[in-house]
Write a protein that binds this ligand. Sequence first.
Ligand code: 5GP
Length: 189
Amino acid sequence: MELLKQRILEQATVIGSEVLKVDMFLNHQIDVALLNEIGKEFFRLYADAGITKILTVEASGIGIACITAQYFNTPVVFAKKGVNRNAEGEIYSCDVFSFTKNAKACIGVCQKYLDKDDTILILDDFLAYGSALTGLIDIVKKSGAKLAGAGIVIEKGFQQGGQAIRSSGIRVESLAIIESMDNGKIVFG
Ligand code: 5GP
């Protein structure tokens, strides 16, 4: 998505060689007009997939999911962080590892919000090593719902999460894929 790539080049900053900071338009201040274009693009990609619900994880995914859901006319469910993994029977939960925070967290969704008749689109802001997306996929599997695929705003292609998840047969659509960002220079795939 050219508009998004342009914005990344103009406003993103590279932290070390692994983390991209996009606080100017996505992770702190939010450019709603840009998010609206992102939502339209996810709708274009998945319009024929019969989506009945969008699943994301708090907090950064929520805005993206809500704007996109207006095009699909579906509810949004977001996995909460720090749920009690012992609350089995009520919550579909999964451990995810955040490499940006260097910490493990248990994420979960109340069972009543995911139905086996649902067709789910998972959305998130970033795809890096794939832990967050794998956790959300696991939650969909536990619910028995159908997974249509995932939509990612920015994928860091050099961190292999996307490669691993696609090779397991899951559809992953990323609006911008970064192939490298060595020495602060962002190169798209
Ligand atoms: P993964 O689980 O794929 O390793 O990382 C994805 C999650 O970590 C995303 O939900 C996102 O919140 C966070 N993340 C990963 N890489 C970055 C990054 O370069 N910048 C920002 N802002 N968040 C990231």
